[in-house]
Write a protein that binds this ligand. Structure first.
Ligand code: NAP
Length: 267
């Protein structure tokens, strides 16, 4: 039986590119997003048949919906070897405007709680299965962002959500790592820089090291297969992110002072 990957946010951008990369490597796909038609259309346009993929329509910000999809997946296709919590939204906000608290709530519900709820139903079955002799490695993958490494003006909701994803996945990695005599579940955090998808096409500022979604997916696939704990893609963005992390606040503030900020997008 071919291995199975469960991917949220599979109706667009990085999710679709990851699905294609896993399909090319011979994996079965469990595709998850709210727009089921979009996923069926994509699969048919790549000549995928029912043996290759299954669609699970779910909203990751609704705990019952995403947990239901995970349970249906395990009941009908079996336990995935890899789960990629990729679904996410990005929305600019103005922290002085009361209505924008709803933006923060929505972004957190999707990017943070949605990721935790995506992983949760798989953790105990993966831990149990990992103990079986010759079991393949099981991996949970969190898609973060370089925007989570330092807070960006106008991007408070998104930066905060992705900082939470980075810390959450790090905590989870510690919780699930192998201990003496007991195989663990791997946790991989991937922080994309700027990747060309519908999410970034609406940005009105320069996007250094912009990369195609397919090139991203290829590097992400290799990172996940290796079980690396954390990786920024593309790597030059990783260097920039590390330097920004090391900059004292006064210098960081000066660097950002004259940069265009993320524009506000009311709900
Ligand atoms: N592109 C970049 O440069 C970049 C950089 C850093 C991080 N990221 C992260 O990468 C991930 C994918 O981004 P992308 O660029 O591929 O964006 P995208 O093209 O806008 O795709 C977002 C995907 O998330 C799904 N989604 C959104 N809300 C959802 C919900 N409540 N329930 C289920 N699915 C939901 C969407 O599907 P439906 O609308 O059909 O539900 C869609 O498939 C996100 O987590 C994003 O933050 C992207």
């Amino acid at each position: 039986m071919q291995p199975l990957v469960f991917i949220t946010g599979a109706s667009s951008g990085l999710g679709q590119a990851l699905a294609l990369r896993y399909h090319q490597a011979g994996w079965r796909l469990a595709l998850v997003a709210r727009r089921a038609e979009e996923m069926h259309h994509w699969a048919q346009s790549h000549a995928l048949t029912a043996d290759h993929y299954r669609v699970f329509a779910a909203d990751v910000s609704d705990e019952a919906s995403i947990i239901g999809a995970a349970e249906q997946c395990m009941a009908s296709l079996g336990l995935p070897q890899v789960v990629i919590a990729n679904a996410g939204i990005s929305q600019g906000m103005d922290s002085a405007i009361r209505a924008d608290l709803a933006v923060l709530q929505r972004v957190m519900a999707t990017n943070v709680l949605g990721l935790a709820a995506t992983f949760q139903p798989f953790i105990a079955p993966m831990q149990a299965q990992a103990q079986v002799h010759n079991a393949p490695p099981f991996t949970l993958v969190g898609i973060a962002s370089v925007a989570g490494i330092r807070g960006l003006p106008g991007h408070a909701a998104y930066s905060a959500s992705k900082a939470a994803v980075i810390s959450y996945c790090e905590s989870l990695r510690g919780e699930l790592r192998s201990t003496s005599g007991r195989a663990g579940v791997r946790v991989v955090t991937i922080a994309p820089g700027y990747i060309d998808t519908p999410l970034t096409r609406k940005n009105k500022y320069p996007m250094p090291f912009l990369m195609s979604a397919q090139a991203f997916a290829d590097q992400a696939f290799k990172t996940i297969q290796r079980g690396s704990s954390y990786r920024v893609i593309p790597w030059p963005m990783g260097l920039v992110a590390k330097l920004l992390r090391l900059l004292p606040n006064a210098w960081f503030d000066r660097v950002l002072q004259n940069q265009p900020r993320k524009h506000r997008e009311p709900l």
